[in-house]
Ligand binder design. Structure first.
Ligand SMILES: *Cc1c(COP(=O)(O)O)cnc(C)c1O
Length: 426
């Protein structure tokens, strides 16, 4: 593949061939895909991208795959919407939601990374793909393995939400529920990967896998009319997504596709699992591992693999960070649903709550453009809101029964003339 030079250690810069490798043998730094930007500069243009398919593969020049027919051919190009109602509620002038909770085959941004990883695993000739997951990755690896006709082994913490378990099992992988938290699952998987030689999407295929996240940032820029927003708020688990969005923006700038790269990257985490937010607040690039305790299981990584690089992306872009309590997470989910009709999972609640905090504390000025990264779908984490939502009104199938219920509850608004449309959004 001419566009790729190979892999390179992020720490010492040592080059490696483009193989299923992920750590530097000399300094143990993580490996990253190294592109031939000089040649890409001659070929990649806005026009060429715009002429591509309506999926993340329109950016294939900047993704590390050779396959003409990738797995997950319809992933990406999710909606970026101008969220006026949410903006009003938050007191911010220009708010956008990048909604990765819809359009993707398994309804989370993980389909971007897995599409690249499984395509790559096929290129390398693997017959088994595997992962350690907090939930969404499990869904996505099982689905894409099915599409690619590969066998899959999926390792999860045993206490995941039902939606994530069922949403994995339906694709018939080998699902291994580990009695431990994600960090323990991940440690186990490093040993399994060494012993069994599978394509572990977030271990030995990680350098390729992680590149898929760049497309989230590319799309924001293209969908804004080749403009960068002033702020992007990103939920972080291992810290890869935020790191790669930032990398994607810098690449676009380096290739001359956008005139500047003045976006500030902000990290959002759950208060019960916030090692990256803590490091950013303390201005300390050392990430101190924690033991997660939060309803947001998809972000519950206590020892984030890319925590340091997430820290660096925030520092370089002059962004900041905020965390959200369990209660704020639920409020954030409810606010997004009530204002924009978007049902996000707990991670989206974290993002909305963090944005609210960053606005309240003045870190994000109210008149600057903000993109909220909504990365997963609420139908997968129904447990967390089930208990706090108003129950339905139960009635008999008669008008009398309905009238009686309505009469008991004057606050419902049934007496308002129903054709009044003056309050509809304009
Ligand atoms: C995995 C995940 C993230 C964050 O991913 P990292 O790249 O590990 O930081 C964000 N949101 C959701 C819903 C996820 O599943």
């Amino acid at each position: 593949m001419a566009k790729i030079k190979g892999l390179k250690c992020r720490e010492c810069g040592r080059p490696y061939p483009a193989e299923p490798l992920h750590v530097c043998e000399f300094c143990f730094g993580p490996l990253e895909v190294e592109y031939d930007y000089a040649s890409l500069q001659k070929t990649v243009t806005r026009k060429r991208i715009e002429a591509g398919p309506p999926s993340m593969w329109r950016y294939r020049d900047l993704l590390p795959v050779a396959e003409e027919r990738p797995v997950g051919s319809h992933c990406g190009m999710t909606p970026l919407i101008r969220a006026r109602n949410l903006g009003d509620a938050l007191g911010a002038k220009e708010v956008y939601v990048k909604n990765d909770a819809v359009c993707h085959p398994t309804l989370s941004f993980k389909d971007r990374v897995v599409a690249v990883a499984v395509t790559k695993a096929m290129e390398f000739g693997f017959t088994v793909v595997a992962c350690a997951s907090t939930g969404n990755l499990a869904n996505s690896v099982a689905a894409h393995a099915a599409e690619a006709r590969l066998k899959s082994f999926v390792f999860i913490p045993a206490d995941l939400e039902q939606g994530k378990i069922v949403g994995t099992l339906i694709y018939d992988p080998v699902l291994v529920a580990v009695d431990g938290n994600y960090d323990e699952v991940n440690r186990l998987c490093s040993e399994v990967a060494d012993k069994y030689g599978w394509a572990f999407v977030n271990i030995n295929i990680r350098p390729y896998y992680a590149e898929g996240s760049k497309s989230f940032g590319y799309e924001i820029v293209e969908q804004l009319g080749w403009r960068t927003p002033r702020h992007i708020v990103v939920p972080a688990a291992g810290g890869s997504l935020v790191t790669k969005i930032w990398k994607g923006l810098k690449e676009f700038h380096g290739l001359g596709l956008i005139p500047d790269c003045a976006t500030r990257m902000h990290v959002a985490q759950a208060a019960g699992s916030s090692p990256i937010v803590t490091a950013i607040r303390n201005r300390s690039e050392t990430i101190r591992p924690v033991r997660p305790n939060t309803i947001c299981k998809s972000l519950a990584i206590g020892n984030p693999a890319d925590g340091y690089y997430a820290y660096k992306a925030v520092e370089e872009s002059q962004g900041y960070a905020a965390d959200a309590s369990d209660e704020e997470i639920i409020d954030g989910m409810a606010l997004l649903a009530a204002t924009e009709g978007i049902f996000t999972e707990t991670a989206g609640g974290v993002t909305v709550a963090a944005a609210k905090r960053l606005l309240e504390t003045g870190v994000i000025p109210r008149d600057e453009s903000i993109v909220l990264s909504i990365t997963g779908n609420g139908l997968k984490t129904q447990e967390v809101v089930g208990g706090v939502l108003k129950p339905p009104l139960s009635i008999k199938p008669t008008l009398k029964s309905f009238d009686a219920v309505i009469a008991e509850r004057p606050g419902l608004g049934a007496d308002v003339v129903s054709r009044a449309s003056s309050t509809r959004r304009g």
